[in-house]
Design a protein around this ligand. Sequence first.
Ligand SMILES: C[S@@+](CC[C@H](N)C(=O)[O-])C[C@H]1O[C@@H](n2cnc3c(N)ncnc32)[C@H](O)[C@@H]1O
Length: 224
Amino acid sequence: MDKMSYGKSYLTTDPLVKYVTEHSIRHTDVQKRLMEETQKHRSVGMMGAPEVLQLNANLIQAIGAKKVLDVGVFTGASALAAALVLPADGQVHALDVSKEYTDIGKSFWRDAGVSDKIEVHIAPAADTLQKFIDEGQAGTFDFAFIDADKGSYDLYYEQCLLLLRRGGIISFDNTLWSGSVIDESNQTPDTVAIRNLNKKLKDDHRINISFLSIADGLTLCFVK
Ligand SMILES: C[S@@+](CC[C@H](N)C(=O)[O-])C[C@H]1O[C@@H](n2cnc3c(N)ncnc32)[C@H](O)[C@@H]1O
């Protein structure tokens, strides 16, 4: 077999991807309901893949994270997955420009009993991250999931590198960008931004790296 299929599990019918998710995804009832609700949304394809959100949650638990950045919230699936595994004094800072999207998640966060663990910041994410830096919160965050506008990924990376502690993890979604990263005829700004970031991360020795070909590509940066 020389062809491998990638893509978010809820968007593909690939039998092997289906097999993997059937044998690994552990959703709570509220997570299932939030996914079903989001699947009715016109922008459903923006929702984080369950296999990615579960990996993030496992990493958050493994490193004993308490402070999490969720950069790009949409209907709140990634914030919910993170909040569910945080201790009682843990906090997800959920950053998005859209109150309309984030409001969809709020009743699900409440039903899951994690509302107190999710603080929403409605503003361009770069402004909120800069505010955290200016407030002296550098080095105090444990985990960041970056899943907002692709053109700003590099800026978010530099800001999150400041905000995370050593041993923290930055998780970048969509780093395969539907495969367009290897199609040099594709020069859209988002594709170029992700391609440039991928090149930069490969040789950036401030981090250790794992580039995973799951869902739409997930790059994990382990801060040194
Ligand atoms: C791919 S979705 C996030 C999906 C979410 N992480 C999940 O797991 O379902 C991207 C989100 O980024 C938000 N966004 C776009 N540009 C932004 C910006 N400059 N600052 C903050 N959020 C932004 C959009 O409103 C959208 O909700």
